[in-house]
Design a protein around this ligand. Sequence first.
Ligand code: AVJ
Ligand code: FE
Length: 435
Amino acid sequence: AGDSGRADLRERAFTALTAARARTALLTDAVSDRDLTAQHSPLMSPLVWDLAHIGNQEELWLLRNVAGHDSLHPEIDPLYDAFQHPRAERPKLPLLGPAEARRYAAEVRGRVFDLLERTALEGSALLDDGFAFGMIAQHEQQHDETMLITHQLRPGEPVLTAPDPGPPQGPPPAAAEVLVPGGPFTMGTSAEPWSLDNERPAHDRDTGAFWIDTVPVTNSAYQAFVADGGYRDERWWAPEGWDQIHRHGIEAPLFWRREAGQWLRRRFGVTEPVPADEPVLHVSWYEADAYARWAGRRLPTEAEWEKAARHDPATGRSTRYPWGDEDPTPAHANLGQRHLRPAPAGSYPAGASPLGVRQLIGDVWEWTSSDFLPYPGFRAFPYREYSEVFFGPEHKVLRGGSFAVDPVACRGTFRNWDLPVRRQIFSGFRTARDA
Ligand code: AVJ
Ligand code: FE
């Protein structure tokens, strides 16, 4: 990289860490101390847990593992190990209070900035290209998305605001679906310096020819499924999904409610009519799968999704993003909590793939049909608990990121996963069919 390359990496790491902390502060300063320590849903931690966990992971990886320091406060380390305490139990732990958690995270960050200034960003897998710093910035941004989910679940008056995305910039796409040719493409990456273990290594993958939706499935399309009795027709549902909607009386996406013949939704404390042209949000994998069957289609596989997002048929190369190799800008995608909702379907023509598929990055996480599995040649790094322990048929892969995820934690190769019953996440989908 040379000296100027390393100065750039240092700057990149500094900027990414600083942006993450600004977002964390915004999400945690917006509510009272009482609210920070409350548990708004058994699915989520109290916000004050996320705050100290962010600091604790940063201390663990950068101060202890990279710099070789001893633990600053050994007695708190077990409290913030996600594997020792399930989310539902966290409010009962002797957690740091809001002021202590803020002080702790700030103390760690001060030491991390000293370390970043004096450490060579090379010489070990953790340090090369500033990986550990990038991993920690991504970790904090992932928890900032988690905390935004907690905000969405909390009752009470709105505390977060952001401008709306506005109408699409330019004409709508010419066709509802796009044909992706069959054949091999490069999936995953061995080059992206801050890619996480499950995105690696780059490898050849073959797909048949398939059609994929140009835009994510919208609320109005989803409403047609609801209105057609989709939630009452067992034909469309995987057995476990059918069980789930009956056990919980589910008949629409999470946060929707029907009143006087109209669908309303609650979004960050505001009740509003469900906007017809916005990608559907807060559906489980089962709901996405059922809709696709009802529509005579199917969810794309993870490989199909990535091929649609990265394969350039003109060059045969896989790019970092649908629009090319350039980092995301606000013209490409709805990322980073700039807006607190997805943008209307058809937005971001500048972010389209070479074949014209839009909104693959940002807006809503897209369920794929695939189980979360390792790529050939996968090696857990730097810890098995990031992804390896989650591999298997119980988790389904989501791709592309939502409006809530920061660009540092979102790229064409980025893989997210969750249980197929989950719907509090910022999840939507698009459909596909064999050609
Ligand atoms: C990749 C979003 C599934 O939140 O469970 C945060 C990210 N891992 N801390 C999660 C993560 C450890 C992870 N997801
Ligand atoms: Fe974490």
